[in-house]
Design a binder for this molecule. Structure first.
Ligand code: PAZ
Length: 365
C-alpha cells in the first residue's frame, strides 16, 4: 500500500488514470454488431446493468496487488440480485432488444427460474428406465408438475435465442464495470431516443485505485490491515450530458433502508444528474413496492399564452411543483409457499417504463 491521500475522482480523471480491462475492445465489437443489427430491424434497445453486492470487503485470495485482477468490494447490504434478470425478461417480452451487463455469477434471464440454490434444476428431472428390455439407454424426463412451467420458460428462451435479441456481457471489478458502461453507452447512444439505460446495478461506493495496490502479496503475519479506499466516481452526470448527449432515456435506482429518505434522495439525484426517472425502493419492500420519481412534464404553452399562476400551497413547497411520484405495488407475497404469488413487480415496472419511453420518443418527433 502507498501513503497517497484518499481521493475522489471525477469520471474524466478516473478514465485517465485507471487502466481499461484487456477485453474491452473485443467486448465492444460484439456490442457494436448487436446494436447495428437491432437498428436495422427498428428495435428499441435497453441496457440492463446488474451487480450483485455484498456487505463484505472481499480481498481476493488475500491479495491486493497490482499484478493481479484483485478487487475490494464494499457495499452496504446484500441482495438476491434478481431485479436485473427479471426485468430483462419483461423488456424482451415487450419487444426490446436487451444488452444484459451483469457481474460474474449474477442470475441470468430465463435460467434465473432454476437457480441452483432456490429451485435446483436436477430436482425436476427423473430417470425413466428403458421398458423394452433392450440395451437402449434410460430416458431423462421432466417431472409432471414442472412440465408446464419449464415449457413456458423454455419457449420464451428459445424464441429470444432465435431472434438474437439478447446480448450478455460479464464484468468482475468496479473498474471493468465503469469502462464497459462508458463504452457500451457510447455505442448504444447511436440509436438516440430509441435507447434506454436501466441501471439496476448496486455499484460499490469505494474502490482501490491501481496506483494504491501493493506490488506484492500482503503478508498476513503483520497484524491488522489498514486499507484506505477512494470514492467511485459519479458517472450519471457525464452519462446524461456527454456519453448519450441528452438523448438516452436513463433510469437509475435508489435503494434505502429508511423509507422516509427515498423520495427526497430520488429528487436530489434527478436534480443533480438531470436524467429521466429514479426508481426508489426500500430494501425490505423492494419485491412488492417501488416508487417512480420524475420531473413533472408541463404541457407546452401556446406562444401568446400567459403562464398559469402557481397555486398558493405549491409556492410553500416549491419542490412538489417540480417532481411527480408514481407508486407501483403488488400484493405482499405470502409466506406460505403453496399460495405464494407468481406475480413479479418487475412486470409493472417495465410496463410503466415502456409507456414513458414511447412518450419520450414521440415527443422528439
Ligand atoms: O435484485 P434484488 O431484488 O435483490 O435487488 C434489486 C436492487 C435493490 C439492487 C435494485 O432495485 C436497486 O435498487 N439497485 C441500485 C442499488 C443502489 O442504490 O446502489
Amino acid at each position: 500500500m502507498t501513503d497517497t491521500e484518499p481521493a475522489s475522482f471525477s469520471a474524466e480523471e478516473y478514465f485517465a488514470t485507471q487502466p481499461p480491462p484487456p477485453t474491452l475492445d473485443h467486448d465492444i465489437n460484439g456490442v457494436r454488431e448487436f446494436v447495428a443489427r437491432q437498428a436495422q430491424e427498428g428495435r428499441k434497445v435497453v441496457l440492463v446493468t446488474v451487480r450483485r453486492s455484498s456487505k463484505f470487503i472481499n480481498i481476493r485470495g488475500g491479495l491486493i496487488k497490482r499484478t493481479q485482477r484483485a478487487e475490494a468490494l464494499l457495499c452496504r447490504w446484500s441482495s438476491m440480485w434478481t431485479r436485473g434478470a427479471t426485468s430483462a425478461e419483461y423488456f424482451l417480452k415487450a419487444g426490446y432488444a436487451v444488452i444484459f451487463m451483469h457481474r460474474q455469477f449474477s442470475l441470468q434471464p430465463f435460467s434465473r427460474h432454476y437457480s441452483h440454490s432456490t429451485n435446483p434444476f436436477l430436482d425436476f428431472l427423473e430417470i425413466e428406465p428403458s421398458t423394452d428390455g433392450t440395451s437402449s439407454p434410460p430416458r431423462i424426463c421432466v417431472t409432471h408438475e414442472m412440465r408446464q412451467d419449464l415449457l413456458e420458460v423454455l419457449t420464451a428462451y428459445k424464441s429470444v435465442h432465435a431472434a438474437e435479441t439478447l446480448h450478455t456481457m460479464t464484468f468482475v471489478t468496479v473498474n471493468d464495470y465503469l469502462w464497459l458502461l462508458r463504452a457500451v453507452t457510447q455505442e448504444l447512444s447511436l440509436l438516440g431516443k430509441k435507447s434506454m439505460y436501466y441501471l439496476a446495478a448496486a455499484v460499490s461506493d469505494f474502490f482501490l485505485p491501481r496506483q494504491k495496490m501493493s506490488e506484492h502479496k500482503i503478508q498476513s503475519g503483520k497484524g491488522s490491515l489498514h486499507i484506505e479506499m477512494d470514492q467511485v466516481p459519479k458517472i450519471l452526470k457525464p452519462m446524461v450530458t456527454e456519453w448519450t448527449k441528452g438523448e438516452g432515456f436513463i433510469v437509475s435506482f435508489k435503494l434505502e433502508t429508511d423509507g422516509d429518505l427515498l423520495i427526497p434522495k430520488a429528487r436530489a439525484a434527478l436534480d443533480r444528474y438531470g436524467h429521466q426517472v429514479v426508481i426508489g425502493n426500500d430494501l425490505h419492500r423492494r419485491k412488492f413496492e417501488v416508487v417512480f420519481v420524475s420531473r413533472k412534464l408541463l404541457p407546452p404553452l401556446p406562444p401568446d399564452a400567459e403562464p398559469e399562476p402557481v397555486p398558493e400551497q405549491d409556492l410553500e413547497d416549491p419542490v412538489s411543483t417540480t417532481f411527480v411520484e408514481t407508486w407501483i405495488r403488488i400484493p405482499v407475497p405470502s409466506s406460505n409457499p403453496v399460495t405464494n404469488q407468481v406475480k413479479e413487480i418487475e412486470e409493472g415496472i417495465i410496463t410503466e417504463l415502456v409507456k414513458r419511453h414511447d412518450r419520450w420518443i414521440d415527443e422528439a418527433r
